[in-house]
Design a binder for this molecule. Structure first.
Ligand code: 5AD
Ligand code: SF4
Length: 381
């Protein structure tokens, strides 16, 4: 009993330090991530929410997500669209379709679009993306913000896409310890190469987002604390994290056939969001689709734990099944009016407002390098 009271006191004092912006040691972060009782979780998420309110407000930034192709040259052991999964019908949206979806995003007043795909580096693909970005920027109406999430590329490619008008880039590092990375990726995938890409993206002028998966087999809270400290050290602008979800057709899914404990995994993912908010303050944090897979209101719970970005999925229904990174990925079409209204109503019911017609950049970017506010390329508002 006494010990329990004592534990609570230690937890509370770490939480207070976190909320007031004190320096958190790795052990402190582990303690916060380990919050498991409803009381501790409630206190953690409420503190993160207050920090979010102070730094980024209660307006949810929206990015219309378009999964433009599921072709991928990589073979990550956990991912449903890995190269060696022969059961996937590979697709690629035509440029006209992408332009139509960008137009829809503008009509829906999302202000920003995110183009995501598996990784390809050949000239035909990189040229296609460059041209598509240029055309989206040239469409009539207010200029959409463009986020890319297209994997590892050369410095040259990142620069060309930035010149074309993209201004944010998401490249999840997936896990920040090289030896753990090696457990979940084939030997020809390089953690160091991926880290170097984050540096190139920043040098090219992008607002840079990264993130990890949590709940992987064998992953510890210490590992996850290391991940969060990595984001802090690299001064990143945006975070996109989510739980690992089993895909039965992947090597990792086959090695771990047992069903996952959805509430446990969701709880960990929400704690990761909350501690990321406490540590990183003024960054953008995504409430990911993977949260919604674990619970229908998973994304709203993400908002209440400190996230401030939602990416409504605009990928046409015909291609949805092709982008199955993990089993149970929700297939609802958020282009449809009903789903859109439901999402906006759910955001409001959570006490938040959808931010319309704006890029919704993270204040962190402007705060870290005011020089970019006068970027002559016009990739900032
Ligand atoms: N479970 C959860 N997230 C996954 N991703 C890939 N496979 C899975 C999975 N099985 C995530 C990776 C990648 C992003 C596009 O999707 O983090 O960066
Ligand atoms: Fe390709 Fe990304 Fe899946 Fe890895 S996680 S196989 S890079 S789509």
């Amino acid at each position: 009993m006494g010990e329990r009271v004592n534990c609570g006191t230690v937890f509370e004092s770490i939480l207070q330090k976190a909320e007031t912006g004190g320096t958190l040691a790795r052990d402190d972060i582990v303690r916060l991530l380990g919050a498991a009782s409803p009381e501790q979780r409630g206190a953690l998420h409420a503190a993160a929410y207050r920090v979010k309110e102070h730094h980024v407000g209660r307006r949810v930034r929206l990015r219309g997500l378009v999964e433009i192709s599921n072709a991928c040259r990589k073979n990550c052991l956990y991912c449903g669209i890995r190269r060696d999964n022969g059961n996937v019908a590979r697709y690629r949206l035509a440029q006209e379709e992408i332009l139509g979806l960008a137009d829809a995003a503008r009509r829906f007043r999302y202000g920003s679009i995110a183009l995501q795909a598996g990784e390809r580096q050949d000239a035909e693909w990189t040229g296609f993306i460059e041209d598509t970005v240029r055309r989206i920027k040239a469409q009539p109406g207010a200029g959409l913000g463009i986020t890319l999430s297209l994997g590892e590329q050369t410095r040259e490619t990142y620069r060309r896409w930035f010149e074309a008008g993209a201004h944010r880039y998401l490249l999840r590092i997936e896990m920040t310890q090289p030896e753990i990375y090696a457990r979940f990726h084939p030997a020809d995938h390089s953690w160091q190469g991926r880290v170097a890409c984050l540096g190139e993206l920043r040098a090219a002028g992008y607002q840079v987002g990264t993130g990890v998966m949590c709940g992987l087999p064998g992953q510890s809270l210490e590992n996850l604390a290391g991940d969060l400290l990595f984001f802090k050290e690299r001064d990143i602008d945006m975070v996109g994290m989510g739980p690992w979800l089993r895909h039965a057709g992947t090597p990792l899914g086959r090695a771990h056939p047992q069903p996952q404990d959805a509430e446990g995994v969701l709880g960990l993912a929400l704690n990761m969001i909350a501690v990321a908010r406490l540590l990183l303050r003024d960054v953008n944090i995504v409430a990911s689709t993977a949260l919604q897979t674990l619970a229908p209101d998973g994304r709203e719970r993400g908002l209440l734990a400190g996230a401030n970005v939602i990416m409504p999925n605009l990928t046409p229904a015909a291609y949805r099944a092709g982008y199955t990174l993990y089993d149970g990925k929700p297939a609802c079409d958020e282009q449809a009016g009903g789903a859109r209204r439901r999402l906006e109503a759910a955001i409001r019911a959570a006490g938040e407002t959808p931010a319309h017609d704006e890029w919704g950049d993270a204040p962190h970017f402007a705060n870290r390098q005011p020089i970019f506010l006068t970027n002559p390329k016009g990739n900032t508002p």
